[in-house]
Write a protein that binds this ligand. Structure first.
Ligand code: NAD
Length: 386
């Protein structure tokens, strides 16, 4: 199919963070065009974003309900092929449900819903509507993360024994939600964010990364959550012990009060015969260690990466030495999501390399992770099954 897929967006109004990242990333490879949106909770700001994006004013809507009704009424060759949901967490479920049930494919931000019950409902809706659902866990879309996943799967580390994953940030070290900072305000409000703060916002990314690379599942968690900023309503820091499938053990640490830390997501996977290490802030390199040789540094863009991991090769656009990072990782998820929609339209099964993007299964796992860490911490870090 040669035509571009038509994208709609809910969220991503003026001053929003991640909506603009989605818009840039979705359009990066030329296969997707943005044609409609309900961009902001404020209809005037939605209209403003529509003008900034040069979208036909007739397709810029005051709210998502109007958008879904009007889009569904358009002829099939005009209406959107999918919607991207980039609102705060509390809106993910109602918006995703509404669009799926109206026959649209959905790309949704994480965490997928507000709780496990909503997540299970959404899973059933995705199954019954047979629409394509993507969840934006962008960190598993980096080429070197795909390479790491394939190294583990090919047995290069032997049996995985231990995983250490961290995601420290420092931007919430002061109570900036009290000053009305947009991103902090809703993230620290349980009615808009969910049962967890830091663990929902970034701990879920760390948990998803650990499970993607190792192919293991987190089975039990003992968590110690902290709210260091006085009177903040959700935790802003925490550490977890993990028991994973196949007997592996793990540590997960996430923080938003770690001054000096920006987006220091990093992972170490220790196997019986080798270890690997990856850092999101230096994402073009993957480090592999054995007992008998100096550290191997795998560098993105070299042919040997694509030869080892076809998925890493597919996720690479530029030659070595020209860094690729955050925007490209979002674009990689959009490529696979869009090609899966194209395969469905052609009534074909997508190739596994194309179907390699997070979806409703990872969304349910993320909500179980959040529920477990909150429950465990409330019981003085008791072990909780997921
Ligand atoms: P933000 O506050 O910057 O932007 C949210 C936008 O959604 C605003 O424009 C707001 O007006 C709009 N909005 C709110 N309710 C709406 C509604 N009912 N209809 C239409 N628009 C509505 O928030 P953000 O930091 O961009 O985060 C948005 C989502 O993206 C969150 O779920 C967050 O967890 C996720 N996120 C993911 C990543 C990632 O790396 N994958 C990074 C940042 C944020």
């Amino acid at each position: 199919m040669s035509r571009k897929l038509r994208m709609g967006m809910v969220g991503g109004g003026p001053g929003a963070f991640i909506g603009e990242v989605h818009r840039k990333a979705a359009r990066m490879d030329g296969g997707i065009e943005l044609v409609a949106g309900a961009f902001d909770i404020d209809p005037k700001k939605s209209a403003q974003m529509g003008r900034e994006q040069s979208i036909d004013p007739a397709r810029v809507y005051p709210d998502y309900q109007t958008m879904v009704d009007k889009e569904a009424a358009l002829p099939a060759d005009q209406r959107i092929d999918f919607v991207s949901v980039t609102t705060p967490n509390k809106w993910h479920f109602p918006i995703a449900k509404t669009f799926l049930e109206a026959g649209f494919n959905v790309m949704c931000e994480k965490p997928m819903t507000m709780d496990v019950a909503e997540a299970e409902k959404l899973k059933a809706i995705v199954a019954s509507t047979r629409k394509v659902f993507g969840l934006m866990h962008n960190y598993t879309a980096y080429p070197m993360v795909k390479l790491a996943r394939d190294m583990v799967a090919q047995g290069d580390l032997g049996k995985v024994l231990k995983v250490v994953v961290q995601y420290p940030q420092g931007w919430l070290a002061r109570p900036i939600e009290k000053e009305g900072q947009q991103q902090a305000s809703w993230r620290t409000d349980p009615k808009q964010s969910g049962a967890a703060g830091c663990m929902g916002d970034i701990g879920t990314h760390a948990a998803n990364l650990a499970q993607y690379i190792t192919g293991l599942t987190i089975r039990e968690i003992a968590a110690d959550l902290n709210t260091f900023v006085p009177r903040r309503r959700l935790e802003d820091d925490g550490q977890c012990l993990l028991r994973l499938s196949k007997g592996a053990k793990g540590l997960l640490h996430a923080s938003q009060i770690a001054i000096g830390q920006e987006n220091n997501l990093a992972i170490w996977v220790h196997g019986e015969t080798a270890s690997l290490e990856w850092h999101q802030e230096h994402p073009n390199y993957l480090y592999v260690d054995t007992l008998d040789a100096p550290t191997q540094i795998w560098k993105r863009g070299n042919d040997y990466v694509g030869a080892k991991s076809a998925a890493a090769g597919r996720a690479t656009r530029l030659p070595f030495g020209h860094p690729e990072a955050f925007l490209e990782a979002f674009a990689n998820n959009y490529c696979n999501f869009a090609d899966t929609i194209r395969a469905r339209m052609a009534r074909k099964k997508p190739d596994p390399i194309v179907a390699d993007f997070p979806g409703v299964k990872e969304g349910v796992a993320g909500m179980k992770f959040i529920e477990a860490v909150v429950k465990s911490s409330a019981k003085n870090a008791a072990w909780v099954k997921l």
